[in-house]
Design a protein around this ligand. Structure first.
Ligand SMILES: [Zn+2]
Length: 96
C-alpha cells in the first residue's frame, strides 16, 4: 500500500478479524492506497506516512467520476463506511 499499488484479488482476512475479506473472493478493489488511505476514528492512518487530502491529484471524494461509476454499478465505496474511512477501497456484496 505504501507504494500506492492498485490491487484486487488477495486471499486474506479483514485486518483485526478472522473473517475473510471480500478481496479473497475478487469482489473488492483497492486503488491508489497512498493517495487514498484508511483513516481510523482515533486518527491512525494506513499506510504509514499517507495523508488524506482531497486537494491532491488522485485523491477520491464522493464527487470523483470513478467513485460515482462504482456506486452506479452497485459497489460500495470505503470512503462512505461509518466505522472508519477506507478511501481506496471499493467492494461489491452479492445478494443471493
Ligand atoms: Zn480493500
Amino acid at each position: 500500500m505504501a507504494n500506492n499499488n492498485t490491487s484486487s484479488f488477495n486471499y486474506r482476512k479483514i485486518a483485526g478479524t478472522n473473517r475473510l475479506s471480500l478481496h479473497s473472493y475478487g469482489l473488492a478493489v483497492d486503488i491508489n492506497p497512498f493517495n487514498n488511505p484508511v483513516v481510523y476514528n482515533d486518527g491512525r492512518i494506513s499506510p504509514k506516512g499517507a495523508k488524506y487530502n482531497p486537494k491532491n491529484v488522485g485523491t477520491f471524494t464522493s464527487a470523483c467520476p470513478i467513485v460515482q461509476k462504482f456506486k452506479e454499478l452497485g459497489w460500495r465505496w470505503g470512503g462512505e463506511f461509518n466505522s472508519f474511512k477506507d478511501y481506496h477501497h471499493f467492494d461489491k456484496i452479492l445478494s443471493n
